[in-house]
Design a protein around this ligand. Sequence first.
Ligand SMILES: *[C@@H]1O[C@H](CO)[C@@H](O)[C@H](O)[C@H]1NC(C)=O
Ligand SMILES: *[C@@H]1O[C@H](CO)[C@@H](O)[C@H](O)[C@H]1NC(C)=O
Ligand SMILES: *[C@@H]1O[C@H](CO)[C@@H](O)[C@H](O)[C@H]1NC(C)=O
Ligand SMILES: *[C@@H]1O[C@H](CO)[C@@H](O)[C@H](O)[C@H]1NC(C)=O
Length: 384
Amino acid sequence: MFLLRFKLRKLRRRCRVIPRQYPTFLALFIFYVYSISNWMPEFTTSNVPLLDVVMSTRRINLSLTEPCPTNTRATCEGCVPCPSEMFRLPGWKDCIPWLNCSEIAVQVHLRRRFTHGVTKRVWRAEWNGYDVVLIKCSSRKSKRENCVKGLTNLKLIQGEFATRVIGNCPEKFQMVTMYYKHGTLRFLDKLLRRPELFHYNNIQTRFQLCVDYVRVLAYLHNSPIGVRVMCDTPFLEKLLDQYLITDDFHLVVNDVDGLEEVTKKGACHKRPANDSLQSRMEMESQGLPTATEPLNFQLRPAYDEKIDIWKIPWVVEKLLGSVKWSSFAKSELQEIMEKCHAVDPRQRPSASEVLQEMLRVQELLSFWKYSSLDVEDQLNMSQN
Ligand SMILES: *[C@@H]1O[C@H](CO)[C@@H](O)[C@H](O)[C@H]1NC(C)=O
Ligand SMILES: *[C@@H]1O[C@H](CO)[C@@H](O)[C@H](O)[C@H]1NC(C)=O
Ligand SMILES: *[C@@H]1O[C@H](CO)[C@@H](O)[C@H](O)[C@H]1NC(C)=O
Ligand SMILES: *[C@@H]1O[C@H](CO)[C@@H](O)[C@H](O)[C@H]1NC(C)=O
């Protein structure tokens, strides 16, 4: 403050001496005050020497000055997504291009293998001080087809709903993605039992994941690459494995090897030639149990995206768990969940319709959160 006053005095003196240049000085003065009050550069402390070369621009403390979500950058118009084939990690000012083949070969260091499937191998790796994931499709042509398709899909659906790509080498069938430390949705319960994350084990976190899940579906069902349906989800656990939890407990779709386009010919399965309503109803209800049996997760065959809708109630049930207020949330969602289980796929709501309903309930929950009365008590009161 003393320094500021001193400079001000000096400036003022100069302004008096050269009155004709006053506007220039005023502008300089405003800029000066602005720069020292708001834009004190604050360099991030992570040890990323190479990045300083890659990003020659100065990095400032973005947590203070720029509340943009990662992979978007601040502009005068607000937060905008990185241009295509570029990415931004937390703490960076600008987006940089995806790593190319030579950069992946030199800068990405393998740490630990996650999986060794038939079609691909996946490693946890390190790039420039950051945890990343390296995916290598099988070198055998016959085996790698699905994997390559998955990598292509992931590139095409980049945005807030998908695992972030940060490097791409189609020549070697490799891709580098961001590493999500919380892992897949399948182990959510285990994750939220950890003492350091225990405060996340509440209806707000869990309901947000449900909202995100339906939002991802709504996106995929109207995606830049057409109406897409997740075909490779024969069991609930396999389905949950294909989504990752972000550091701030949102959800992104990760494994899109089985993301098929819905066409007149079908999607997960080929539509029969005579797809009359009658035959369709017969086929769709083949997987349906009788009234006394529990509903079947894997309803076959699936000709369009409505199979994703059919599976929503299981996912919601699993994600909501049994924390305080989850039974309230479930009872509020009961009607829309029943609609998701309509036998005729055309009677099921769209993902956007489910989303609208989920947002309504989310608003209710946030209202109860701030209300002093316990919602379960309220429910019991209204029932009695
Ligand atoms: C800069 O951001 C970090 C978190 O990213 C925060 O801990 C730190 O306090 C911030 N610096 C200042 C000067 O506020
Ligand atoms: C990869 O990117 C680096 C840095 O942008 C560039 O110097 C290099 O030529 C690129 N390599 C290939 C094979 O494109
Ligand atoms: C057409 O649908 C009917 C059921 O309505 C079925 O019996 C018949 O086999 C189907 N024909 C062909 C060629 O699939
Ligand atoms: C509300 O009522 C149910 C049974 O109707 C009971 O199991 C539950 O413990 C009650 N909750 C509270 C908070 O009293």
